[in-house]
Design a binder for this molecule. Structure first.
Ligand SMILES: [Zn+2]
Length: 309
């Protein structure tokens, strides 16, 4: 299996330009069993996961703005038609929860509106709670978590594990600190402070996965844990080797799925354009050279795939 994987990667690298590599989609679409766990990638770190009974969004973000607007402090606001479109596309009309890994705008800006439109509870840090409050989500649909808190949503058991944000902006964490007051958009990206970064460890009777919303590295946090699948954000990472050492190797996943490598400054689209500077070549070659036994699958944007049968 490892040899085959290396061969496939080698072929992919030699056959494709960097921008083509994300299209090497190894995860096959199969007919969902009635109670299989399914996932739809929404671009960036956004996922919709459903077991047919319970649906959860993680970091759903579709209201994208160009780099110039974000960098210049343009006031950002959620784009409601797009949010409606994505709720329909993912089938998440009755989602039970919106989980947020950290409160940068590209993870939390739309989260309260996914909650508002679906009736879901929003779960995240105190900073995320302030974004929800500023959007008018009632207190009884906001759950604030701390390190190692566990919440149960249907058959999903989610543990929030405090990690660290990656030094994504010239070696520093962008917009650090907390959101101290309820925040109502429109607001500039800089108003959306990080608020603590959490890895989401999700257990379901069918399988276990980790959502790693920002590729910072905090050694030792996954001791004693294993995951079948790791959704690994790779945009803004320092390097891939440290992620293998401190995220992948400890968790022993069978499958690693890279996320958050698409261009978050362009429209969310099935035609994925990699984020400038994301260095997919380094990612693929380092993963292929790893001694750990896992395969790397990529997901298409906006198409449901079976995660666990
Ligand atoms: Zn971030």
């Amino acid at each position: 299996m490892k040899f085959l994987f290396v061969l496939m990667i080698t072929m992919a690298i030699s056959a494709c330009s960097h921008s083509d590599m994300y299209r090497t989609n190894f995860l096959k679409q199969t007919e969902p069993a009635k109670h299989s766990v399914r996932v739809t990638w929404m671009g960036t770190a956004g996922l919709y996961v459903s077991d047919g009974e319970t649906g959860i969004y993680i970091d759903p973000f579709v209201s994208r703005y160009g780099l110039l607007k974000v960098g210049a402090g343009f006031s950002l606001k959620p784009q409601h038609p797009l949010i409606d479109e994505w709720i329909t596309l993912t089938g998440g009309q009755n989602a039970a929860a919106i989980l947020v890994s950290h409160s940068h705008y590209d993870h939390v800006l739309d989260a309260p509106w996914f909650a508002e439109k679906t009736g879901a509870t929003i779960v995240g840090s105190q900073s995320t709670a302030n974004v929800a409050l500023g959007a008018g989500i009632p207190n009884n649909r906001i759950k604030t978590i701390r390190d190692r808190d566990t919440v149960n949503i249907g058959n999903f058991e989610i543990t929030f594990i405090q990690s660290v944000h990656s030094p994504a902006l010239f070696g520093k964490i962008p917009w650090p600190g907390k959101i101290e007051q309820p925040l109502t958009p429109p607001a500039p990206a800089s108003a959306y402070r990080e608020g603590g970064a959490y890895a989401l460890f999700v257990k379901h009777p069918k399988g276990t996965f980790l959502h790693y919303g920002s590729p910072g590295v905090k050694p030792g946090i996954f001791e004693g844990m294993t995951a079948d699948v790791v959704f690994l954000s790779i945009g803004g990472r320092k390097d891939t080797g440290s992620l293998i050492d401190h995220v992948i190797t400890p968790l022993h996943p069978a499958t690693v799925i890279p996320i958050h490598f698409d261009d978050l400054f362009g429209p969310v689209s099935k035609e994925v354009t990699p984020l400038i500077g994301v260095n997919l070549n380094e990612f693929w070659t380092t993963m292929a050279a790893s001694k750990s036994s896992f395969i790397v699958n990529t997901l298409p944007v906006g198409e449901e795939r079976v995660l666990f049968h």
